[in-house]
Design a protein around this ligand. Sequence first.
Ligand code: DGT
Ligand code: CA
Ligand code: CA
Ligand code: ZN
Length: 585
Amino acid sequence: MPDIHRFTNKELIQILKEVLAAMEVKGFNFFRIRAYQNAIGAIESLTSSVYDYWQNKRLDEIPGVGEGLSTHLNELFTTGSVKEFQMIKSGLPEGMFSLIGLRSIGAKRAFKLAKHFSLNSRTDAVEKLKSAAENGLIRQMEGFGEKSEKEILNAINDEKMTKNEKPRLLLIKAEEIANRICEYMRRCPDLVDITPLGSLRRRQSTVGDLDLAAVSENTQSVIDFFLKYLEIEEVLVKGDKKAAVVLTNDTQVDLRVSTPKAYGAMVQYGTGNKQHNVLLRTYALEQGKSLSEYGIKYQGKLHEFPDEESFYAFIGLPLIPAELRQGKNEIDLAQKKKLPTLVTLKDIRGDLHTHTIASDGVNTLAEMVMAAKEIGYEYIGIADHAPSIQSRGYEEVVEIIEKQRKAIDAMNSAQKEIKVLLGYEVNILADCTLALPDELLKKLDYVIASVHTAFNQDRENMTERVVKALENPYVTILGHPSGRLINERTPIDVDWHRVFSAALDNNKVLEINGHPSRLDLGEDLVLDAIKRGLKLIVNTDAHDTSGLNYMKYGVDVARRGFCEKKHLINTLPLNELLKEIKLGG
Ligand code: DGT
Ligand code: CA
Ligand code: CA
Ligand code: ZN
């Protein structure tokens, strides 16, 4: 049966945002509004599809999706719409829903404008509002002035979106921008320290806006210094302890400044995520302790904390690593002293997914090996795209593979510090076969099988395709399993349950690809995979020597997926790794 009501996460978020806007306009109670905000936040950071959760009767595992919303989602996926949603939105002008993504226009303003200018259709709402602004009609409305009219016109002209409507930044990009700001801020004489908070500190694969925490005895001086940063285009908020700005590259930056004695509470508050903070607040309230960004109020007194460790200790918990603060079960685990000891970058002993000039890489074999040696790896696997039999012919392909084997043997006899392994990245073709025949795969040290073509196959065929590859005795690793490119290409549509079963039955390893645009498997699937006892490997997919440094982003995903050292085969010493990747089952 075709999945006619298979809404994507993006579509769901849009639906929920519209309901949320309607609730805000109609003045629904705070807790219901909060619940929708939480759910939207949770779905935004999800790397698997909500529809899949629903199909597997696992909606309750999405943090922030409570019983009420589960019922609505059930109705949505079954019938294609939700009666309650329609009711909440009824009586509101349709045009308002086209306006809520624009910066400076919240739900209530969108409603007022849509009502005033009779914006009853989505298609021309923005156009009509623009001409109203140009004709000076907005400033005549109650509650709007010349300034807000100008803001609205600017927002429309520059297509300035609110933070939530912009495409999210890749983690690597967010990190780069934040580092630049922090470097600048360190020149401020009054600054003691500055550190990223929010999704960047939690090492989420994508980041909405940047949040920074600075510590200083003179908070005003730090804010003043920050506001002189050259990349600032627009100041949104300016206080004596906080500021919010938009940079010329359209990134929003929120800065909070605290005195040293209260820094811990502020860092904790601003690290989030929201759902973690909500759950933590509830947990603390049971002990009569009330959390805020300034400290913990207990028995009528505000207690301050210089660091997060003492903050968490005051409510009887060990420090929870930022990556785990997702509003899942981390507080429960912390309370039971059962938090995982997360894998770290230092635990990684090698990288098995790297490319050279033999395929589409930029550096030579020798250069890649040298760079890996400098990182301190015990082993490096070269996994160039397999040469194509179709275009080169069988004989030539055999020759290429033999030549590569010789080159790698020579590298291994020339030095003993790092072991070089011969692999190939072999396409899983649309007809379920692999691009190299078994008798050639057999000659390799290991094989990465990946989907690189025909990404749009339907779920049944795609699942079959991946499962078949996993059943091949000469395949070692499933490369970038979902094929997603963040902000560019959606993941392939497969039944992950069946893929994981096939990997388990055939003793295969799933890759966490650390390339910043891939980060694939995503963290939710990583968590599912280790719960099912699957083995994983973090690789970089480096196409040049500097690409080897992507390992840390892959480790971030592993950590957010609750991985310990034992879950990743490339934390093993060479001899044990070789046993894990031995071909032929
Ligand atoms: P993003 O920017 O979409 O990638 O995600 P975050 O997590 O960085 O979210 P953001 O920038 O809105 O807020 C940063 C942190 O501040 C968030 O993780 C938790 C905290 N925070 C923000 N708003 C609230 C709130 O309403 N309640 C609580 N308890 N914490 C909040
Ligand atoms: Ca943020
Ligand atoms: Ca923020
Ligand atoms: Zn690939």
